[in-house]
Design a binder for this molecule. Sequence first.
Ligand code: SAH
Length: 417
Amino acid sequence: MGKIFLVGFGPGSVEQMTLRAREAIAQSEVVIGYSTYIKLVEDLLVGKEVIKKGMTEELDRSVLAYEKAKEGKTVALISSGDIGVYGMAGPTYEVLFEAGWTPQTGIEVEVVPGTTALSAAASLVGAPLTHDFCSISLSDLLTPWATIAKRLVAAAQADFVTALYNPKSGRRVEQIVEAQAIFLRHRNPATPVALVKSAYRNKQQIELIRLDQLAEAEIGMLTTVLIGNSNSFVAHGLLVTPRGYANKYLSPGGAAKTGERAGRSLSSGLEGWGAQVLEQILAGASPEEMAEALALPLGLVLEVLVEPGIANVTDPRRFLEILPKLGTLWATGSGPKILTKGDGWQIQGEQLVWDQPDAYWSLYWAEAEKVYLLERNQECSRALVLNRAGDLLVGFELTKTAGQFENSAVKALKSLG
Ligand code: SAH
């Protein structure tokens, strides 16, 4: 029975290859790969059948590997970095499944991991990945730009250290400009950026720049771009991202700050952050303000208020039973603020509708996942309708002056038992 090795041989130099990758190539009778990669491991290929394929024949390589394996041969399909990271491992499995292969059919498939470009690049510029990071490929050859842009926005907003693969090629020159523009909407222009070209290869080149210089920088097919997070810094020509010791300790290796303990979650960790949110809400901050300040969905903030009894949670169906009992209320969401009465609303199909002689407002009620009822202060109580993501669909606000505060949502809920 044949075997297929899917081998990632690292960034380019033999030293950065794993022992297993060398073994896999040594054990193989057939080695298939992109011509440039084949050249990088030429010394290992003596006496083997070597099949060089061009860049555009990617899937042919997988098909060929399967055919050779069916002939009983051991085949290594090699590619740079980690073959499972933007590499041939995925497409090969897809080709194999298509051809009826399963792990039980007898031909073994082994994926041999390798050092991927982002860790290779990181090692050459310092330690930029010591906190949360993500990678985004700017190649729109197989991915819609809207998908890439969405991920760039999310990474920029969430303050991930971000590795950009496939940043630019002869034909794709504008993607990196767009990526920079998206990042600049959320990040400081002075954010440090490392450009690493041909890591661990002959033409290796390293440059440290600022985010606002990215569009003009010299970038090519073999460059990996590493964008730091808001804490990343450059010192002595090295890009470093702190792990967070400063959140807990007064100085490196020094004593813990008041309220913090070694080996324990931060006071603002999962256990503690709720108490901090609660404190600020009790001091007068609104849940919306907190959500905005923390860049979290409103639902996560409201969840914190349930246990101490500041918010009650109910499901949308239940809320509809309460709604007609409510007196005068304000309905607010992303749309205009409407002064209405609870009994003015009705369900029409999947819509919650407010249909008046000279006005109409509707909400796709199927999206409503949870309703939080809270008393904001003595003057007003509120019902916040959230979708599954925890974002606000509509808020109902009952004000004392506008209506019968006696009929507050919380009380109406309690009356239902
Ligand atoms: N499987 C590979 C990635 C393939 S995508 C891996 O795990 O590394 C190709 C992209 O990877 C290139 O456009 C470049 O952004 C990056 N890359 C690959 N090799 C590199 C190297 N030696 N130095 C810097 N970047 C590299």
